[in-house]
Unconditional design. Structure first.
Lengths: 190, 203
């Protein structure tokens, strides 16, 4: 029962279904299982580590220079991006060549940046949320939410791309309508 | 590619939103009123045009990852004056759009398409193509916002109109997903019909 409740909570707070964040990246990821796995891992890594750093931005950035938030987040993600690529390169050249493209598409997108902004906005609106643990947990949740939505999309991917769907709607248009229906169901759950 | 084709590329043949499926989230979430749409059009057009233009001077021999980071940093810097100007020209709208305003600065047209498309062209052709892609987004945003505002709230640019039936769900995120999916399908149908006609005329 707890798992069901947690799943519903994850869906209800899902960034893709509620805020459409990372929809384009999701479409690329849902293309095949390998894409999905590596993109989901990379995005979860970026949202979790990024949220850790975002806590310090939210806590210590003065109000007068708040317009610099995006620039600071971009620099944070750039550092994480460079560190992940360097670590992969030194760990295994083979692994680096195989998965670097997933790291590229996972770094700068609405899913990651949107997570950092959403968490920061929530903490600014509710001071009780201004804890490092809450930030990291929210980042992790956002990553898991991405995985969950990717799985929902992957389940229907073949059918939405099949010849049974009219050619004009085959692929992305059908996937958008499908996500809309899932989003409607999630809206009803809230 | 001929200049005419270049102009049509981002608008019709490979529309930024409806064909390439880039910058979808602001259209789905904020494209429910014309006021939001106009503010987003301004922000997207200004940030993307200036960022890609400045980014085109980044040395191409740098590693791909380094270039991507530089492009993202450039657009994040361009975002600052764009936001200040938006607060001046569209008071209140920036707050309503919320996080989608800064997210426009890390859109895939700036970060990824620059490398894959724009920087492989000569500067003059790149400018035409870039403007075409920006206009492609602007047109979709305007049409989406007009229809969704009319049918969801019964208004056009916040002015009441006589509407018998309202579909309030169109103003919500799920309405945005479904509308954009339908719009994209109809767009594809129209595009393939015009291509067929053109082929017939050529034959």
């Amino acid at each position: 029962m707890f798992i069901v409740n947690d799943l519903i909570a994850l869906l209800a707070a899902n960034l893709i279904l509620n805020q459409a964040l990372g929809t384009s990246t999701l479409f690329i990821a849902a293309n095949n299982r390998r894409n999905l796995t590596w993109t989901a891992v990379a995005i979860t890594l970026f949202t979790t580590v990024g949220s850790f750093a975002a806590f310090f931005v939210a806590a210590f950035l003065p109000e007068s220079v708040r317009d610099l938030t995006l620039l600071i987040y971009t620099l944070i993600i750039s550092i994480i991006y460079a560190l992940i690529l360097s670590a992969m390169f030194f760990f295994s050249r083979n692994l680096f060549d195989r998965i670097k493209k997933y790291v590229h598409i996972s770094a700068f997108n609405c899913a990651v940046m949107g997570t950092l902004f959403t968490i920061t906005d929530r903490a600014r609106a509710d001071a009780s949320f201004m804890h490092l643990g809450d930030f990291v947990l929210s980042g992790l949740e956002a990553g898991i939410g991405f995985v969950l939505t990717s799985l929902i999309l992957t389940a229907a991917y073949r059918k939405l791309n099949s010849a049974k769907v009219p050619s004009s709607f085959r692929g992305f248009p059908a996937m958008l309508i499908y996500l809309g229906i899932i989003s409607m169901a999630v809206y009803a759950l809230k | 590619m001929r200049k005419k084709n270049l102009i049509l590329e981002g608008l019709w043949n490979d529309n930024t939103v409806l064909s390439a499926f880039m910058v979808i989230s602001p259209v789905i979430i904020c494209g429910d009123t014309l006021r939001n749409a106009l503010a987003l059009i301004y922000a997207f057009s200004a940030i993307t045009f200036v960022s890609v233009l400045i980014s085109s001077f980044v040395p191409q021999r740098l590693p791909y990852a380094a270039k991507i980071m530089i492009y993202a940093v450039i657009s994040s810097i361009v975002f600052i004056p764009a936001k200040l100007a938006a607060q001046e020209f569209f008071p209140g709208v920036v707050e309503r759009i919320g996080i989608y305003f800064p997210l426009l600065a890390v859109n895939s047209l700036i970060v990824f398409q620059t490398e894959a498309r724009f920087f492989r062209m000569k500067k003059s052709r790149m400018m035409i193509s870039l403007i075409s892609y920006i206009l492609g987004f602007d047109a979709v945003m305007l049409i989406t916002a007009f229809i969704r505002e009319l049918f969801a709230y019964g208004t056009i640019n916040s002015r009441m109109v006589d509407m018998d039936t309202l579909i309030s769900g169109l103003g919500l995120p799920f309405g945005g997903f479904i509308f954009l999916g339908l719009f994209s399908g109809i767009f594809r149908k129209l595009r393939s019909a015009t291509e067929r006609n053109k082929d017939k005329e050529d034959a």
